[in-house]
Design a protein around this ligand. Structure first.
Ligand SMILES: Cc1cc2nc3c(=O)[nH]c(=O)nc-3n(C[C@H](O)[C@H](O)[C@H](O)COP(=O)(O)OP(=O)(O)OC[C@H]3O[C@@H](n4cnc5c(N)ncnc54)[C@H](O)[C@@H]3O)c2cc1C
Length: 847
């Protein structure tokens, strides 16, 4: 075998230089754009990689000419130069696909405008499966591709070998071909956008190191650089793996940890055809593409090597890191298994460098919470080239429009980056898992294994004793299901009914028929108080917050387009004091949204009390019986009606009891100060014993809420959909005075709806659904599932989708058609429901 250890060291300086100059010499003219730094710029972008250049380019397209890009060394010298250039459009969510598609299209056209080619080649991509789970995942992706309008078709082994003659198909179970994807030259692509930005008026400064910031009123007003100072209005952090440390200086959370990332290229191999599709063998953690008659082989491996925990060296510039042979060897073996010719191939070069990864594999974009006009666009998780233009476009929109106008992108929003996430040990511990996760099998409900037990509710140990199997959401350990005695509380992942399905069904049943207790301490709660608190809330909420003390108001926070920014409850504790409850995941976002709505000088103070309270839900037809055993409070309907709240005694604790339910049953949510939490929990469990109270996990809660039709932000409702479209018109009070979005909603009401959220159930009880499965109306693709789960009371999967009709949408229009859903490449008839499919009181709620 010639593909040996010594080959890895057959990399002479000379070869590396040839490689670089081949990529860079064409662009030398554009790179050296050094002039005197202007004293002021409207927007300053820090970092001249693909993201910084894409942002500058798109800002100029939106008419912002006064843009300055500051690059500490040379454009592309951070990570961009090293990329393999894959441009694969299929991503996990519709908005991610749209972002990638923007780059995919731009990279094919931008040469006409800039004269600088990107090197785009439409090679196509082939994905293969070598185990049953992956086979299933590829089937699911076929359906998802249809929702996203991406050609992704199965091919047989003959076609696979024809398209990829070098492949060993012995262990291949299935293969899918996406003919439209391709590759670009990452450096040329970046340069092309840099040229375009410059043509549009932007100025680019290399050899300009950003050293420090001058802040005023939570805004960067001045930047100190190695070339002098510059004043600015908006600042964009596009500094790749340097962004964490710059973020620290700025006082914002940018949780990034770099990992070593590599690819190697062989000398020409017979059978490596020019323009051959990219081959992704994710089960081997590898991708392959043709390069100058040889193969470029890259890896996304579990157990990646973290880099730069203490920071990135000052002199980093096109830096290559020493190869770690022990790390590479298993990957090389995998490569040889897939392409046996590699055993005799000579290695031309190995590129081991570093790339930034985030704890959840998503980008960090948007205006930083708590800051004014400070934006981040970093944490690209080795997809910065394919999504670079899309990220640049959205970032530019954020700056110019105040929000990402082409589509909201919560999954990548920096308002999910809590300050604790900058904990370096946590980032370092999580880092090895993140690259591998990108090529791992994306089982439903799969959770990261590293960096666990960061945030735990006071009940955690008690729940663990009772067999809780935890998942992690934004660091919070939450009981997803409970293993009965004799069963190990551990996920056995699959795409079918997983090992917890029946246990979760029993929890669901307990809530529907008896009584269940669940821990939702991960929910966020804020206290808003002051003379102006009411008016601030009235301005941003659709519902009337001016309710009597003790009343709980379910409302959406709206933007001025009428779109839903948050889905919350507001309880009036006193005349000027409000208790706001929202999802834990969106705590930072929602807090920031409310805080920004407080006018300067207003007497309204917002406090995040999430860590001060734990919360349990006591839910089910027997909830009152259980509660009556531990409280002296009158819990009758008359004394404690639905939608009210007050402090009651439960055991020795005095929680705020809120008569609300996210599961559609009689029950109370008990918000208890954390130091009283376990005592209260024990009292409830003790009292519930006679009633066979069951601990309930969040999988069951999701099933319960969904079949009852309760919406969830951001899957079912989001900033681009209004309460009227989402069937939440009952929570909008037009007669309460002015509020954000009122005009837009009145207009929508007048003109009539063109989109409407409906529920559906699959007629066949077998298929499981999660999100984004395609929905067909009379055979035509019209929508996708916003979120789905198995409804155990309904005995079928249940989901939601928006139906659209530009002519106006009516119940009759909806009802006259036949609907189907695509699951794993197969279509199943579905029934559309204009009322909630499940209602315990037999009163069907109108949507
Ligand atoms: C081996 C490998 C293969 C890859 N393959 C692909 C692929 O096939 N497809 C794909 O889409 N992606 C791929 N990637 C990922 C892609 O290269 C990155 O996601 C992308 O280049 C990140 O771009 P960026 O602009 O965020 O960061 P960078 O390119 O690192 O740019 C950040 C810039 O900020 C500058 N900077 C930092 N601090 C300062 C400061 N204080 N002052 C001024 N400037 C500063 C740096 O010098 C740097 O140039 C690959 C990455 C690697 C390593």
């Amino acid at each position: 075998m010639q593909f040996s250890r010594c080959d890895f060291f057959y990399l002479t300086t000379e070869l590396r230089l040839i490689y670089r100059s081949r990529h860079f010499q064409v662009n030398r003219k554009d790179r050296k754009m050094t002039r005197e730094l202007p004293s002021h710029a409207k927007v300053v972008i820090i970092g001249g990689g693909v993201i910084g250049c894409a942002t500058a380019y798109h800002l100029t397209k939106l008419g912002v000419k006064d843009v300055v890009v500051l690059e500490r060394k040379e454009l592309t010298c951070g990570t961009t130069w090293a990329a393999a250039g894959l441009v694969v459009q299929l991503r996990g969510t519709p908005e991610m696909v749209r972002m990638t598609r923007h780059g995919y299209e731009l990279y094919q056209e931008i040469e006409k405008e800039t004269g600088q080619p990107t090197g785009f080649i439409k090679s196509g991509v082939i994905n293969i499966a070598t185990n049953e789970h992956r086979k299933h995942e590829l089937e699911m992706l076929e359906s998802l591709s249809e929702s996203f309008d991406i050609v992704n078709r199965p091919i047989d082994m003959d076609e696979l070998r024809k398209r990829w003659p070098l492949i060993n198909t012995e262990d291949v179970l299935s293969a899918y071909y996406m003919p439209n994807d391709g590759v670009v030259n990452p450096v040329d692509t970046t340069m092309s956008m840099a040229v375009g930005a410059r043509k549009g008026g932007a100025q680019i400064f290399e050899d300009t190191d950003v050293l420090d910031f001058e802040m005023k009123n939570d805004q960067v007003v001045g930047i100190r650089t190695s070339r002098g100072d510059i004043r600015c209005e908006s600042t964009v952090l596009c500094a790749g793996m340097w962004s964490r440390e710059l973020g620290r200086k700025l006082g914002i959370s940018v949780p990034i940890h770099a990992c070593q990332h590599m690819h190697f290229v062989t000398q020409p191999i017979e059978g490596a055809l020019k323009g051959m599709p990219i081959l992704r063998d994710q089960d081997s953690s590898l991708y392959f593409r043709e390069e100058v008659g040889g193969l470029l082989i890259g890896a996304f491996e579990y157990g990646a090597l973290p880099y730069g925990t203490e920071g990135i060296p000052d002199d980093w510039q096109f830096r290559e890191l020493p190869e770690n042979m022990d790390h590479l060897e298993p990957l090389v073996e995998n490569a040889i298994n897939r392409v046996p010719e590699l055993a005799d191939a000579k290695i031309r070069r190995i590129t081991t460098t570093a790339e930034s990864f985030t704890p959840d594999n998503m980008y960090i974009m948007g205006e930083a919470p708590g800051m004014k006009k400070l934006y981040t666009a970093c944490g690209m998780n080795s997809s910065g080239i394919l999504c670079g233009a899309g990220v640049g476009k959205k970032t530019a929109e954020w700056i110019v429009e105040g929000y990402p106008k082409s589509g909201h992108i919560w999954e990548a929003d920096n308002r999910r980056c809590f300050s604790w996430m900058m904990n370096i040990k946590w980032l370092r511990d999580r880092a090895p898992e993140t690259p591998g996760n990108l090529y791992g099998i994306h089982f439903p409900f799969k959770r990261f294994e590293t960096g666990r037990n960061v945030r735990m509710s006071p009940f955690h140990d008690r729940l663990a004793e009772q067999g809780a199997c935890f998942g992690q959401l934004f660091g919070y350990e939450r009981a997803n299901w409970f293993a009965p005695e004799g069963v190990t509380p551990k996920y056995e992942y699959s795409f079918h009914r997983q090992n917890w399905f029946e246990h979760s069904a029993a929890e669901h049943k307990a809530v529907r028929e008896g009584v269940g207790i669940y821990d939702l301490s991960s929910m966020a709660n804020f206290i808003m108080q002051g003379k102006d608190a009411l008016s601030v809330l009235q301005n941003i909420c659709g519902n009337n917050i001016d309710a009597p003390t003790g009343k709980v108001v379910y409302t959406q926070m709206l933007n001025d387009r009428g779109g839903i920014e948050a889905d919350i409850t507001v309880t009036r504790l006193r005349q000027d004091k409000f208790f706001i409850v929202t999802a834990g995941a969106t705590a930072l976002r929602d807090f920031d949204y409310i805080r920004r709505a407080v006018p300067d000088g207003a007497h309204a103070f917002l406090h995040d009390a999430s860590s001060a309270f734990a919360m349990v839900g006591v839910m089910g037809p027997n909830a009152r019986r259980l509660m009556e055993k531990v409280t002296d409070a009158d819990l009758s309907n008359e004394a404690f009606p639905f939608g009210t709240a007050r402090e009651i005694h439960v055991g020795y604790a005095t929680p705020l009891a809120v008569r609300m339910s996210f599961v559609g049953e009689l029950g109370w949510e008990l918000y208890v100060p954390t130091e009283f939490a376990t005592g209260m929990f024990d009292a409830l469990m003790e009292a519930g014993r006679e009633l066979n109270v069951k601990l309930v996990g969040l999988h069951a809660v999701d099933s319960l809420r969904l079949e009852r039709g309760f919406r969830h932000w951001p899957s079912d409702i989001d900033p681009e959909h209004t309460p009227l479209e989402a069937g939440l018109g009952f929570a909008v009070k037009f007669d309460k005075g002015d509020f954000s979005g009122k005009e837009a909603l009145l207009r929508q009401k007048q003109e009539g709806l063109r989109r409407k959220l409906v529920m559906f159930t699959i007629d066949d009880p077998e298929p499981l659904i999660y999100h984004d499965e395609p929905i067909y109306k009379d055979g035509e693709l019209v929508s996708e599932n916003t979120h789905g789960a198995y409804g155990h009371s309904l005995g079928a999967s249940v989901g939601m989708c928006y139906l659209k009709n530009p002519e106006g949408i009516s119940d009759q229009w909806i009802s006259q058609s036949r609907y189907e859903i695509g699951v794993n490449g197969k279509r199943y008839p579905i029934s559309i429901h204009l009322t909630t499919p499940y209602d315990p009181k037999g009163e069907r709620v109108r949507m």
